[in-house]
Design a protein around this ligand. Structure first.
Ligand SMILES: Nc1nc2c(ncn2[C@@H]2O[C@H](COP(=O)(O)OP(=O)(O)OP(=O)(O)O)[C@@H](O)[C@H]2O)c(=O)[nH]1
Ligand SMILES: [Mg+2]
Ligand SMILES: [Zn+2]
Length: 364
């Protein structure tokens, strides 16, 4: 089998399931719970199917806008005419999306302006791209963090003893699943010193070698901020990373003024205090949009069978067809070309360890 056909075969399989799922037998939601913004079906924790409730015709005359801020139950929508409207979700609102999160920053929506100056979201348009994860503690519910984005900036702080690459590898898989381009940003570069410097540079080089954009930044000294602005030009990007990594500080540095509240990091374990509680889309002077999000405690990959994971590790693709057994999970099989490439140094050992960890987590 030719390499390309095998690759596209995998993608097709994925596309097909996703498409079937979206276009397939749409199930009417039993109830939309506006408090947790999820669609509740008759059976709890059922994977939510794409739903449409109202016919599109009912939306005639309702202005269109984009959600620019979301915080429990409140959604600020920027109308195409420029006006900002604070909105709630109408009971019985409709969506073209299958994910459990009904409205998220980046969504294009149709709203009904109310007399009191606020608004009601009637309909959510299909998300072109999105960043999703498994909702914490709820197997089978995809929680969407942002939509209609071009770029995912995976922020890791250079000073942390728990600077771990597995989490970056998870973000990358999630980005690719949602049609988003990932980039790796190591922030707090001003704190890199001694032998840590070499270790981190080696770690980051791995991502450059497999084709992802990598950047070192310091929100403190301004190092790398111009380069980051260049990367963001004309794009909509979302900042993601653990609490305390410096996402809001980077947003402020890019904007050139302190709009986003930033927090402290505990001395004891260098963890952040979850300062940011809302997701906000910010317009960057000079072009582009940036979405600042709250730090995440956990990040599970959504909607992927374990045996489909290898297609999301780009550097594996050249080796897949050389495996003795097809299909091969690249975990234990004799004659596995991926394992051979790890042993020869062609594939980075850390990336392979991430693959194994994510593979295990997808089996459950
Ligand atoms: N030395 C140094 N400190 C930084 C840098 N960027 C952020 N910080 C500090 O790190 C702490 C956390 O920064 P935040 O921007 O609040 O982090 P966050 O990722 O937005 O955290 P959450 O909102 O909780 O997810 C603050 O004390 C910042 O001043 C940097 O580049 N260098
Ligand atoms: Mg923050
Ligand atoms: Zn293999």
């Amino acid at each position: 089998m030719a390499d390309s056909s095998r690759k596209s075969g995998k993608h097709n399989r994925l596309r097909r399931t996703r498409k079937d799922w979206i276009k397939g037998n749409r199930e009417r939601a039993q109830r939309i719970d506006p408090d947790n913004e999820s669609i509740v079906h008759g059976r709890e924790k059922m994977r939510p199917k794409g739903i449409t409730i109202d016919a599109m015709g009912d939306l005639e005359g309702l202005p269109r806008g984009q959600v620019v801020e979301a915080e429990s139950g409140r959604h600020d929508v920027k109308l195409e005419a420029g006006e900002l409207l604070s909105c709630q979700i109408k009971r019985g609102a409709s969506t073209e999306n299958e994910q459990s999160t009904l409205v998220v920053v980046g969504d294009f929506v149709r709203v009904q302006p109310l007399e009191d100056g606020r608004g009601l979201i009637h309909h959510v348009e299909e998300r072109k791209t999105w960043l999703g994860r498994n909702a914490a503690g709820e197997k089978g519910m995809e929680h969407v963090l942002a939509s209609n984005i071009d770029l995912l900036l995976c922020i890791a702080a250079a000073d942390r003893p728990d600077f771990r690459r597995t989490i970056i590898d998870r973000y990358i898989v999630a980005a690719l699943l949602g049609g988003v381009t990932p980039a790796v940003v190591v922030n707090k570069s001003d704190l890199i010193e001694g032998e840590l410097e070499e270790l981190i540079r080696e770690d980051v080089e791995v991502y450059g070698n497999i084709g992802y954009r990598t950047l070192f930044t310091s929100a403190e000294t301004g190092d790398g901020i111009d380069e980051l602005r260049d990367v963001l030009k004309g794009k909509t990007a979302v900042l993601i990373g653990q609490s305390g990594a410096g996402k809001s500080s980077l947003a402020n540095a890019i904007l050139g003024y302190d709009l986003r509240r930033t927090g402290e990091v505990r001395e004891k374990d260098r963890r952040g205090m979850h300062t940011t509680i809302s997701s906000v889309m910010l317009e960057i002077p000079g072009g582009g949009y940036l979405i600042d999000t709250p730090g995440l405690r956990e990040f599970g990959i959504w909607d992927l069978e374990p045996e489909e994971l290898d297609a999301y590790f780009v550097e594996f693709l050249d080796h897949l067809r050389e495996c003795r057994f097809l299909p091969c999970t690249h975990t234990h099989e004799p004659g596995c070309a991926v394992i051979a490439a790890v042993e020869s140094g062609d594939i980075d050992e850390g990336r392979y360890q991430s693959y194994l960890a994510i593979f295990e987590s997808l089996k459950r």
